[in-house]
Write a protein that binds this ligand. Sequence first.
Ligand code: SF4
Length: 357
Amino acid sequence: MSIADYIQNPTIRHDWTMAEVQALFNLPFNDLMFYAQSVHRQFFNPNEVQTSTLLSIKTGACPEDCAYCPQSGHYNTGLSKEQLMALEEVLSNAQKAKDTGATRFCMGAAWRSPRGKDFPVVLEMIKGVKALGLETCVTLGMLNDEQAQQLKAAGLDYYNHNLDTSQEYYEKIITTRTYQDRMETLESVRGAGINVCSGGIIGMGEQANDRYGLLMELANMPEHPQSVPINMLVAVAGTPLENVEKLDEIDFVRMIATARIMMPKSYVRLSAGRENMSDETQALCFMAGANSIFYGEKLLTTANPDENHDRILLSRLGIQPEQAASSAPSHATDSASGSAPVSDSFNGVKFTNAAAS
Ligand code: SF4
């Protein structure tokens, strides 16, 4: 199958090869953008974004050593540590998020895994946020099957657990838990019937192959994650990555576009790093198929564009916040045909039976 054939009728695939991902990622930019936008329009309204708000419910002193993270207890980033937030405070933040238009409320705790005495409180938070009419999402670290079932029973809609990077580069970023640990947590989440939110970070000094590898791992899971956050590293002073070379923003847009093509029904979230992006780069990301953003001043502990700036940007682009997000993506009515005059080149790589590079 050629790229043009796939674009006309995108199917959910779980057998992507490195050669295919590499060829897609490196298409001429205009062709890549056209293909991504064509796929996007077949499954989503291109002028809507889903909006979530993220709250840190337990901050800092995390025992993990994720090299990008200011919350890791292994690094001195000057972050003030906070205990688990009180239920009432969480619910008041959730109500405020709802009032400002968010449809999903995400709660993040800097834990290796949920702790005994705190876990029941988190379950109450999920129930309370759900009762406000918001979708719920949490990120609490590693889970076992039983914890995942309890979260589901409390009404959890999404669990965030990122792969971060490729299997090969992973050990340069985290040593305190393995890639396999992450895969097992995601298996528990899927097994409990909770939607998976999983993506990664680029700009951590990884090679191009690591970006292709991350996309391949995500798309080749037994189900595509329903939500795929693509983060641009926010280099925080005091972390091992504070002086890493700045990412080429065109590569970031390519990452979004390639994710959109490979996981056509997933929400692709433009996530951390937006604060450092120009409005024009963000506009390219939306054109490449990003259709979800975090809304609010903070992303756990790093800055996010302020709500007013986001409102103005979305208005300049004619993009509306999605009113009620659903786990089943809405279908756009104006699906693009594949007959536009762009090249069908795919560097000789077919979508099936492609040789690994
Ligand atoms: S990314 Fe999460 S698990 Fe890793 S150090 Fe930060 S809070 Fe802990």
